[in-house]
Write a protein that binds this ligand. Structure first.
Ligand SMILES: CC(C)(COP(=O)(O)OP(=O)(O)OC[C@H]1O[C@@H](n2cnc3c(N)ncnc32)[C@H](O)[C@@H]1OP(=O)(O)O)[C@@H](O)C(=O)NCCC(=O)NCCS
Length: 209
């Protein structure tokens, strides 16, 4: 006796795809970061030139495991009081939706809870095309709109000889104010840098236009 033919279909594994853009711009789009971004994040971040002006927490070389760890961390990060909103964003190619960089915040605590510290990076092959200026402007506007209690955005940039002039320029083009410089505040691989402090207040947000 032959076995009856079974026509029942096995349940197919749930197909996963990258989230659609939340903010579509001219040179890039912003959307939440997803575990499927890990290979693109690893390729983007595995760059000594990118690591140069980051803290030691940014690994170099940057492995796929590092990318998964980063994505797991930013996927759970939330601003207190906003459990449904992921504050970190992937910067994506506006056509392919592929991750080409990221932008996010570090939450400050205690008496600084209404101040967010900004962090961002873009893959090396896309530097100098105006992408981060566009992404940073849109992201900072989104932060002020999304989190009404936030008073201030800030960022610290390696300064002095051989400092991160590109990042300083991005912030200046976005309207951030250079508020001062902490002299010789940073040492990275034996090289000493100043730390240029930039800030943008809620009441100055029209400078983002
Ligand atoms: C810094 C970084 C974000 C700049 O992004 P980007 O998309 O290349 O910046 P933009 O193209 O928007 O450029 C903005 C301005 O900076 C200038 N600029 C960019 N890179 C520069 C550099 N290395 N030196 C001097 N100026 C630079 C551009 O000419 C432009 O100014 P302009 O319009 O007056 O000509 C990018 O190089 C990067 O990801 N670096 C590694 C990570 C990093 O340093 N993150 C910031 C830590 S604080």
């Amino acid at each position: 006796m032959s076995q009856p033919e079974t026509t029942a279909e096995l349940p197919s594994p749930r197909e996963e795809s990258l989230p659609p853009p939340l903010i579509t711009l001219t040179k890039c789009a912003l959307r939440p970061i997803h575990p499927l971004d890990a290979p693109a994040a690893q390729r983007a971040c595995n760059s000594p030139a990118m690591a140069k002006y980051m803290t030691y927490r940014f690994p170099s070389p940057y492995t796929l495991e590092d990318a998964h760890r980063f994505i797991a961390f930013v996927s759970t990060l939330r601003v207190p009081g906003y459990p449904d909103i992921k504050p970190s964003m992937a910067i994506c190619d506006p056509v392919t939706n592929e991750l080409i960089g990221s932008i996010g915040i570090k939450l400050k605590e205690d008496i600084e809870e209404f101040c967010f510290e900004l962090g961002y990076s873009l893959r090396e092959e896309d530097w100098g095309k105006g992408i981060m200026t566009e992404a940073c402007r849109a992201y900072c506007k989104w932060l002020f709109e999304t989190y009404p209690k936030v008073i201030r955005l800030e960022a610290g940039v390696f300064g002095g000889n051989d400092g991160n002039d590109g990042s300083a320029r991005v912030l200046e083009k976005c309207g951030f104010v250079h508020e001062g410089t902490k002299r010789k505040a940073v040492t990275k691989h034996g090289q000493v840098y100043d730390l240029r402090m930039y800030g943008l207040l809620r009441e100055e947000r029209e400078r983002l236009e």
